[in-house]
Design a binder for this molecule. Structure first.
Ligand code: NDP
Length: 297
């Protein structure tokens, strides 16, 4: 199996370099050209030419415009990378009879209610990032290629910046941290996403009927405030010297951002677990593992 991985240095892309390697020959690109190959999703012609040259059996797209607030004022660029490039990848996959693996987001939903969203629920993004990711989903589904789209949420990796690391950094100097308590979701490790991707690709390549849209998040749910409290408690229990004495819950309304965010980011993962016979661990086990790595414990 020949696999083309795009976005190899993002949180998920980095872990995919590891998890996809045993499946076959892996060509991994970031946005910088190398050996006449181009993985820059804002250069649509060059990306098409690259796919035609490599002729992969599977294209895994971990690249995306992920700057949620910036997307509000950089709409065209967000739609180019998340929408139009996804269409090009899907058309090239269709022409090669290849699989396209792609990632999307809980931000396609409007965040109302408290039930975990199912794949069949109506979408209604609250921000431009969500709209651009939805445009990507729609283009892939309309293309007629074989695809796996995984909607995920609240992604963290040991490498790069993430919410938990930010909380730890702030907790070193501040006595009080104010953290949003009315947005609920599931922190999901880039390593879990990558491992599930590899398992799913292997299974789907034998069973094309598995082509489809799936929700992929760790089990359980928590608010950003609960997540921050967990991180701080874990760090303290493991001997970190922190100035923080209080993690205070605040409402979304008290922390205005350019992009509106959904309150209910719960995703129902039943379809993924049933179709691929998978178990999704609770969010705490992955977060604790990442914290041990970050804190060197
Ligand atoms: P990251 O922001 O960590 O990585 C995105 C990668 O895409 C970066 O390596 C970035 O490269 C690359 N990229 C951006 N623009 C381009 C471009 N024009 N051409 C090529 N590469 C580009 O994202 P994650 O790994 O966290 O996200 C993976 C997927 O999961 C994405 O589809 C995202 O939308 C989705 N997702 C993420 C969530 C999260 O909380 N992070 C939540 C829900 C879904 P560079 O570093 O050079 O800019």
């Amino acid at each position: 199996m020949k696999i083309l991985l795009l976005g190899k240095n993002g949180q998920v892309g980095w872990e995919l370099q590891r998890s996809l390697a045993p499946l076959g020959e892996l060509v991994a690109l970031d946005r910088h050209p190398v050996d006449g190959l181009c993985g820059d999703l804002s250069d649509l012609d060059a990306v098409s030419a690259t796919i035609r040259k490599i002729m992969p059996d599977v294209i895994v797209n971990a690249a995306a415009y992920t700057a949620v607030d910036k997307a509000e004022s950089d709409v065209e660029h967000a739609f180019l990378v998340n929408g139009r490039a996804s269409k090009v990848l899907a058309e090239e996959a269709k022409a090669l009879d290849a699989w396209l693996v792609h990632y999307s987001t809980d931000y396609v939903f409007n965040g109302q209610g408290s039930s975990p969203w199912q794949e069949t629920d109506d979408v209604a993004p609250l921000n431009q990032y969500g709209e651009s990711k939805l445009a990507g989903e729609k283009a892939i589904i309309a293309s007629g290629c074989k695809y796996l789209i995984f909607r995920t949420s609240w992604v963290y990796g040991a490498r790069g910046n993430n919410f938990a690391k930010t909380m730890l950094r702030l907790a070193k100097d501040r006595e009080t941290l104010n953290v949003i308590a009315d947005q609920i979701g599931a922190p999901t490790g880039a390593d879990l996403i990558a491992d599930v991707t590899a398992l799913a690709v292997r299974q789907a390549s034998q069973q094309p009927q598995l082509s489809g849209l799936y929700h992929l998040v760790a089990s359980g749910e928590v608010s950003w405030h609960g997540y921050a409290s967990h991180v701080i408690a874990f760090a303290k229990a493991n001997g970190e010297q922190l100035a923080v004495t209080a993690v205070t819950p605040i409402d979304t309304a008290a922390y205005p951002t350019p992009a509106k965010r959904p309150l209910n980011s719960r995703l129902n993962t039943q379809k993924l677990r049933d179709n691929f016979s998978l178990h999704l661990p609770d969010w705490q086990s992955g977060v604790n593992r990442m914290l041990r790595e970050v804190l060197n414990k």
